[in-house]
Ligand binder design. Sequence first.
Ligand SMILES: NC(=O)c1ccc[n+]([C@@H]2O[C@H](COP(=O)([O-])OP(=O)(O)OC[C@H]3O[C@@H](n4cnc5c(N)ncnc54)[C@H](OP(=O)(O)O)[C@@H]3O)[C@@H](O)[C@H]2O)c1
Length: 235
Amino acid sequence: MLKPNGRVVMISGANRGIGLATAHALSTAGYRVSLGARTPASIDLSSFANEVAVHTWDANDQETSAQWAEATRNQFGSIDAIVLNAGIIVNADLETGLESDMDDMWNVNFKGPLRLIRSVLADLKVCGHGRVVNVVSLSGKRLLNESSLGYAASKFASLALTHAIRRNGWDSGIRATAVCPGLVDTDMVTNVTTPEGQFKITPAAIAATVAYALSLPNDASVAEILVNSRLEPSF
Ligand SMILES: NC(=O)c1ccc[n+]([C@@H]2O[C@H](COP(=O)([O-])OP(=O)(O)OC[C@H]3O[C@@H](n4cnc5c(N)ncnc54)[C@H](OP(=O)(O)O)[C@@H]3O)[C@@H](O)[C@H]2O)c1
C-alpha cells in the first residue's frame, strides 16, 4: 500500500461537505493537503493536523486551475494526487429542464475537473505514482429519476473523464478511481428525505473511501467504487 508520508494531494471544493471531510481525513492520515475553494477564507486552517495550503479555485474561472496548481507546486515542491470533488446539482428533466442549468452542471461537473487534470497531469506523471480520485456519483452510472437528467449527463461525462485519465496516465504510473456514492448527508441533498429506516451515507465514509483509493499500489488499481446506503435494483 502507498503510505501518506507527506504526499501532496489537492482537493477541490474543500470548504464543506465531502471535500472538507476528505481534507481532514487525508491531513490526519499524514498527507500534505492543498485545498481549492471559491471562498478560501471560510476554511479553518488551524483544524488540520499536517501542513495545509488553501487557494482560490472556481470551476467557472478558467485561469484558477493553473494558478492553484502552480501555487501548490511552489509551496510543496510536488503534486502526488488530486481529488476532484467540487460539484453542483440542479433538477433538469427531459421536457422542461433549462439548458442554462445543464450548461452550469457541464461546466462545474465536467469542465472544472478537466481543467484541473490538464493543469496537474505532468506533475502526476513525473512522480511515478500519481493518483486521481474523481468524486462522481451513482448518477454517473444510472438515471435514478428523470429530473436528474442534466446532473446524470454531467456525471456520466465525469466518469468518462476518469477512464480517459486512466488510459492517458497508466504507463506513467497514474491510477484514477471514480468514487460513485449514492445519497450523502451534505448540503447538496438537504431537501431529499430517505424512507423510514434508510439513511444517507456520511461524508466521513466517503472520505475513508477516497483515502483507500489513494492508498492502493500501482499494481492494484480499482477503476470505480460504487457506494450506497440502500439497496437499489442494480446498485
Ligand atoms: N451529496 C450527495 O448525495 C452526493 C452523492 C454523490 C456524489 N456527490 C458529489 O460529491 C461532490 C461533493 O458534493 P457534496 O455532497 O459535498 O456537496 P456540497 O456540500 O454542496 O459541496 C459542494 C462543493 O462544491 C463546491 N463548488 C460548487 N460550485 C463550484 C464552483 N463553481 N467552483 C468551485 N467549487 C464549487 C462548493 O463550493 P461553495 O461552497 O463555494 O459552493 C462545495 O465546496 C460533488 O461532486 C457531488 O456531485 C454528492
